[in-house]
Design a protein around this ligand. Structure first.
Ligand SMILES: Nc1ncnc2c1ncn2[C@@H]1O[C@H](COP(=O)(O)OP(=O)(O)O)[C@@H](O)[C@H]1O
Ligand SMILES: [Mg+2]
Length: 295
């Protein structure tokens, strides 16, 4: 049997996560190929769609790991969907990626299945702010962009006037935003669990830097490895299954009654996590991709 050919869709092979996946694929005996998503050309033909990479047809891919950055979401989702229509196993699917890119959509699906999520509302200009704030449990409350990442676009409103101003600003700019209950007891911390298949392969607690409530590493937060309690493992895996993600980062707040899911990341960076845990996250992803392709 010839070696498995594992494609990684990524803008740059020098990115930490991408280069680690290449390394792990080679270590697993597969042949990795990094394809810059924006250099993929999709050719749609009845029954014979094909993908060109830098002008040459790409064939015989065993599986594809899409690493789609937020700035190229729509083109990336199109490329992933294209591969799916060609019958190539992808982890994650275009449907799951697009679900996860919209924080509200994600929370709607989780709430439907009784997964604990912070109370969240979305409305358009014209809605009475006082009522929206009341629906999320009062002040302070969180206001966030539906498609923000790395903590950018997540704000806290301490007064009605602040909430009103923030909402008017985003609405005026035509941005989709939601209001969310501020989970105060989490105190600037959250938990990031990396789910691969139906397992958590690594987890860390992230602590925001002083004076900041957002614990994102990109906002100066610090990650420490933790052994997750069972409730957190189960919630993370359940959330991933519900959204349909084979590989993802699940962000959870530590509420007084247990885990509360904030969002799922379909192309989770894992530099901080590998450094904090010393676990071979890339290896777990690659092995799962190769197993998944066999099924
Ligand atoms: N409802 C909330 N209550 C308390 N803290 C929150 C809440 N929502 C977000 N945060 C903080 O802000 C950070 C970023 O929020 P998140 O929804 O994950 O957006 P992003 O996609 O930008 O990471 C979280 O990691 C958490 O520390
Ligand atoms: Mg997050």
């Amino acid at each position: 049997m010839s070696r498995a050919r594992l494609a990684i869709l990524s803008r740059k092979r020098s990115l930490y996560s991408t280069s680690r996946l290449v390394e792990a694929a080679t270590a697993a005996g597969a042949r990795p190929i990094v394809m810059d998503t924006l250099r993929c050309t999709m050719v749609v033909v009845p029954g014979a769609s094909k993908l060109l990479y830098r002008g040459a047809e790409v064939q015989n891919l065993t599986a594809v790991l899409p690493r789609i950055g937020a700035s190229i979401t729509s083109y990336g989702i199109a490329v992933v969907n294209h591969l799916e229509t060609m019958g190539v196993p992808v982890l994650n699917t275009s449907r799951a990626i697009s679900r996860s890119r919209d924080k509200l959509r994600c929370l709607q699906l989780l709430a439907q299945a009784q997964v604990d999520v912070p109370r969240t509302v979305m409305a358009t200009r014209g809605a009475a702010t006082a009522r929206l704030v009341e629906e999320v449990g009062g002040l302070p409350c969180i206001i966030k962009l539906l498609r923000g990442t790395q903590g950018v676009g997540v704000m806290i409103a301490n007064t009605q006037a602040e909430a009103q101003t923030i909402l008017q600003t985003f609405w005026g700019l035509g941005q989709d935003v939601c209001l969310q209950e501020f989970v105060a007891e989490s105190k600037g911390k959250d938990v990031r669990a990396l789910v691969v298949g139906d397992q958590v392969v690594g987890a860390m607690r992230r602590r925001a830097r002083k004076g900041e409530f957002r614990s994102n590493i990109h906002r100066g937060g610090e990650g420490k490895p933790i052994r997750l309690e069972r409730a957190y493992v189960e919630t993370a895996v359940t959330a991933a299954r519900l959204i349909g993600l084979e590989i993802c980062g699940v962000d959870m707040l530590e509420g007084s009654d247990g885990p509360r899911v904030m969002e799922l990341n379909s192309s989770p960076g894992f530099e901080g996590l590998e450094q904090a845990t010393r676990a071979d996250i890339a290896g777990a992803m690659v092995r799962h991709a190769l197993d998944f392709a066999k099924r």
